[in-house]
Structure formats: structure tokens, C-alpha cells
Design a protein around this ligand. Structure first.
Ligand code: ADP
Ligand code: GLC
Length: 496
């Protein structure tokens, strides 16, 4: 029935540097699982290509070899393996692993070494991902007759892909698949020395401002924005913000010049993973009917786990975040005196910038009854914070989409957010619309504005009826991927 309304199924190659549950550093990992899954559920033929990092190495005998390429200047030998039926049965799409031991067999974070530094060969590693994706796309040769109609790349690691598709297609006489490139975060651009161009098979013609040159460097992100047929950003507000300073990060003019081909599509959330009624990682499952008891049990469990007093009368604020300037955790630390004055408690789960990690540890040491911090990446605790906190903090300076504010609404945990990007598009403020509100948002990205929002939230939390209304509105919202996946399909169809 879905197919009927949506038109014939499309063949889609989705290319990404990370995909949960196999490897995830942030929201792109979640999106890379959920969107292909939602597209497959709409009846489309989806293959997902990602590198076979250390943990993903296919054991001999498992998986089906699709293509093997001998080393051919400038590329090392590589092959693509279809991870097999189990993935297809579970998720609906085929997982294709790009196997190249010298580039990808490294444990841990896909972008960084064990000292937290970018891998020295990231340009070569992700150029190879784009090259392999272009090769799989039938140009110059495809796997066993499968020829995608659309190739969808994500963020700078896939930035060279649209241009490669063009370049390789020229003169082959083969139809070039359409290309769509999604911006998840323009703050990371993949900037490398121009001198690497020959090693990356980047044509000379790209090495100028009208191509992919950016202040004397080669920008993978700019290449994607320049050469893709269609661009999307992960929320409508972010799609507008990146056409201006400061969130265009120097690419605003290029983006504005492509405004007609740039669309914002809000991410969804995966209800199979983020749903308080079925979540096996939380202390007690709950839904709209069991909200009060469920929240109370999860709050007490979170307080216990984090070593905070089990105080039902303290408002418990939660935060789960990469610790970078983007996420505004420093604003929360600046506002700590106010939190203490309100008698609130704060739980933070995150990792990243060592200076922010240190400030958080110090805050927890100084205020053990009110602040608890876990530095690290902990999927189960992330769910427990969503379920156990009274309110969720997301004071990001900018936020292309953001997922946690949507998770928190699904968990009856009203978010307190800076009104930017996807946060502006997904949270309804209490003052703005008392009846339909789901949380609190503030306009300026400073500690003062955050403080006012915290005070408003605390006052509302003291009024059980107001609070319950916020919780219920949030839990009733539909952030499922279906609508967003349809928007992508619509975008793909304009290209085919
Ligand atoms: P971003 O991609 O910018 O980090 P998002 O809000 O889109 O922000 O997605 C972040 C994702 O990563 C969420 O699923 C969140 O729960 C998860 N996450 C971030 N930090 C941690 C952490 N320390 N432990 C567990 N999960 C985390
Ligand atoms: C990026 C953004 C985040 C977004 C995620 C998934 O990591 O920082 O806002 O939700 O990508 O699109």
C-alpha cells in the first residue's frame, strides 16, 4: 500500500562513516541506521556502505564478497563485502563493508587515534570511501548488475563522492546516479593540504575557489556542497542558518547560491530504540498511563546509580552530550550557583574536550550532593538519564538537528534548549504556546538566558499539572522517521 502511494521502489546507496549499533560517535550514527531502515520499510532497495573498521572486520567465511579491487594507483587494494542476510532480515537494508586493512583495521573511534588526534591519513581513508561508493555505483563498474539510482552521502567524510561520480561518469556512456549530500554538521569540514590532490584522485579543476578549494586547503565538505545534485540539512532552521554567518562557517555564500537545491529535513527518532514503554535499559518501563510512577522509579534509580541523594523534591536535570564548545556545557557550569540555589541536582554524561571534562569533574567534587558526572560513552546510562531526569538540558550554541531533545520528549522529560537549528524546530516553549508546549527554549546563547529558562522550568516543575501537561504533550509527539523518510524519498524522486 505504501508503495502504491509512493511510486516504484528506488535503488539507493547510502554512504556513511558511522552507523549504530556497529560504530557510533554521535547522532550521525543513529541517523545512519534509522533512515535506511525507514526507507527500506517504505519498500525501497537500500544498500548502506561504510568502512570495515577494526571491530567490523568480517570473519573469513562470513559475508559475501561483492567486488575486489587490486591496488591501482592511487588506491590501495580494497574489497566490498555484503555483511549478509542477518542484517538484511533485521533492518531491511544490506550492509556493505568496505574492507581495506591498511586504512580501516584500527580499533575505537573511526576518526581519531588513541590520543584523540585525527588519523594522519583521514583524507586518504575517506577519499577511499567515496571512491569505492562511486565505483559501486556502476562507474566505472558496479557489483553484479546492481546500479543505484541515487547515491546519498553524509557529511565531510563523503564530501568527494558527488564530484567523483561526475568525474568517473564522464566518457563512460553509463548513466550517472543522482547524488544527494546531507550536512549534519558544518563545523567539521574535512580540510586537507591541496598537495594531496593527486593522491586522492582529485582533479586539478577542483583546486580553485569555484571548486573545492577553501582558503588554501582542499575542503571535502565544500566539494560535497558544490557538486551534489541536491543538498539537505538535518533541520529546516539549520538549512537557513548555514546560508548566513556565523553558522555557514565560511561556506554561507556557496550555500546561499545553492538555496534552490538545499532543503531542511528534520531527523526522526527510532522508536525501536528510544521508547520508554519497551526500553530494556531503564529501571522501570512506562507509558502515558504509568508516567508518574515510572518517572519516579527511574529518577530514584538514576540518583542511586550516580551517587546522589534520592530526593524526590529536588528537580533532577540531565545532560548527555559530546563535550565540545558547540554543546554549551560551559554555560551550564556557569549557571551552577543558580542550580544550587534552586536545590536542583545535575547529572552529566559525556566525553570530549579535556578542559570541559576537568571542569565537570571539579564541579562534581565540589558539590557531591548536587552534581554527578560520568565521563565516557555509555549507551545504557544515556537511556537512564532520559528516563530518570525531570528535565533535559541542551543549551547548544548551535545544533544542526539534535536527537536528545526528541528522545527526552518521548521519555516525558521536557527539554530546556537554546532555540537554534533542530532544537528550534522540535521544542515548543511553554510561554509560546501553553497548551501544546513540550519544553523551554531561550533565544540568546549565553548563561544569562539559560538561567532565565532554568528558573522558568523550575517554577513550572513545582506546578504538577503544568508539568504533566508538558510531559504528555512531548510523549504524544510523533518524531518517528516515517515522515522524514518520505521527505527524503520525495527529494530522491525529484532527481530520478
Ligand atoms: P551530536 O551528533 O552532535 O553529538 P545528537 O543529539 O544528534 O548530537 O546525537 C548524539 C547522540 O549520541 C545521541 O544518541 C546521544 O544519546 C549520544 N551520546 C552522546 N554522548 C554520549 C555519551 N557520552 N554516552 C552515550 N551516548 C552519547
Ligand atoms: C550532527 C549534529 C546533530 C545532528 C546529528 C545527526 O552530529 O551535531 O545536531 O542531530 O548530526 O544529524
Amino acid at each position: 500500500m505504501l508503495l502504491h502511494t509512493d511510486g516504484p521502489p528506488l535503488r539507493i546507496l547510502f554512504v556513511t562513516p558511522e552507523c549504530a549499533p556497529w560504530i557510533k560517535t554521535g547522532g550521525l550514527g543513529d541517523v545512519s541506521l534509522a533512515l535506511p531502515r525507514a526507507l527500506a520499510a517504505l519498500g525501497h532497495d537500500v544498500k548502506l556502505l561504510m568502512p570495515a573498521y577494526g571491530e567490523l572486520r568480517t570473519p573469513p567465511g562470513e559475508g559475501r564478497l561483492l567486488v575486489r579491487h587490486a591496488a591501482a594507483h592511487p588506491w590501495p587494494a580494497w574489497q566490498v563485502v555484503d555483511a549478509g542476510d542477518a542484517v538484511r532480515e533485521e533492518h531491511g537494508f544490506s550492509l556493505l563493508l568496505l574492507d581495506c586493512p591498511e586504512r580501516y583495521y584500527r580499533p575505537g573511534n573511526p576518526y581519531l587515534d588513541e590520543h584523540g588526534r585525527d588519523h594522519a591519513d583521514n583524507a586518504q581513508r575517506f577519499a577511499l570511501l567515496a571512491h569505492a561508493a562511486a565505483s559501486l555505483s556502476g562507474i566505472p563498474q558496479g557489483p553484479q548488475g546492481w546500479h543505484p539510482q541515487v547515491v546519498h552521502g553524509n557529511d565531510w567524510p563523503c564530501g568527494l563522492l558527488p564530484g567523483y561520480l561526475d568525474h568517473y561518469a564522464r566518457g563512460t556512456g553509463l548513466p550517472r546516479p543522482a547524488s544527494l549530500f546531507t550536512v549534519h554538521n558544518l563545523a567539521f569540514q574535512g580540510l586537507f593540504p591541496l598537495e594531496l590532490a593527486p593522491e586522492l584522485a582529485v582533479p586539478q579543476a577542483w583546486l580553485q575557489p569555484q571548486g573545492a578549494e577553501f582558503w588554501g586547503q582542499l575542503s571535502f565538505m565544500k566539494a560535497g556542497l558544490r557538486f551534489a545534485d541536491l543538498l539537505t540539512a538535518v533541520s529546516p532552521t539549520y538549512a537557513r542558518e548555514i546560508q548566513l554567518e556565523p553558522l555557514g562557517f565560511g561556506l554561507q555564500d556557496l550555500l546561499a547560491s545553492r538555496a534552490g537545491s538545499l532543503q531542511g529535513i528534520l531527523n526522526g527518532i527510532d522508536p525501536a530504540v528510544w521508547n520508554p514503554a519497551t526500553d530494556t535499559l531503564i529501571a522501570r518501563r512506562y507509558d502515558l498511563d504509568t508516567l508518574d510512577a515510572g518517572k519516579a522509579a527511574n529518577k530514584a534509580a538514576l540518583q542511586r546509580r550516580m551517587g546522589l541523594p534520592e530526593a524526590p523534591t529536588s528537580m533532577l536535570l540531565g545532560m548527555v552530550s559530546r563535550l565540545t564548545e558547540q554543546k554549551g556545557v560551559d554555560l551550564v557550569l556557569d549557571r551552577l550557583p543558580l542550580l544550587l540555589e534552586l536545590g536542583a541536582q545535575l547529572v552529566v554524561l559525556g566525553s570530549g574536550d579535556p578542559a570541559l571534562e576537568q571542569r565537570l569533574r571539579e564541579a562534581a567534587a565540589a558539590h557531591p550532593l548536587h552534581v554527578a558526572v560520568k565521563i565516557g560513552f555509555d549507551e545504557a546510562l544515556a537511556h537512564q538519564v532520559e528516563a530518570g531526569a525531570d528535565a533535559f538540558l541542551m543549551p547548544s550554541r548551535f545544533e544542526p538537528c539534535g536527537l536528545n531533545q526528541m528522545y527526552s520528549q518521548a521519555y516525558g522529560t521536557p527539554p530546556i534548549v537554546h532555540a537554534t537549528g533542530g532544537l528550534a524546530d522540535s521544542v515548543v516553549d511553554l510561554e509560546e504556546s501553553p497548551r501544546t508546549a513540550t519544553g523551554f527554549s531561550f533565544g540568546a546563547d549565553d548563561a544569562e538566558a539559560l538561567g532565565q529558562a532554568l528558573q522558568r522550568a523550575h517554577a513550572a516543575w513545582l506546578q504538577p499539572q503544568t508539568w504533566r501537561n508538558l510531559q504528555r504533550n512531548g510523549m504524544r509527539r510523533d518524531f518517528s522517521w516515517q515522515a522524514s523518510a518520505r521527505a527524503y524519498v520525495h527529494a530522491y524522486r525529484t532527481l530520478t
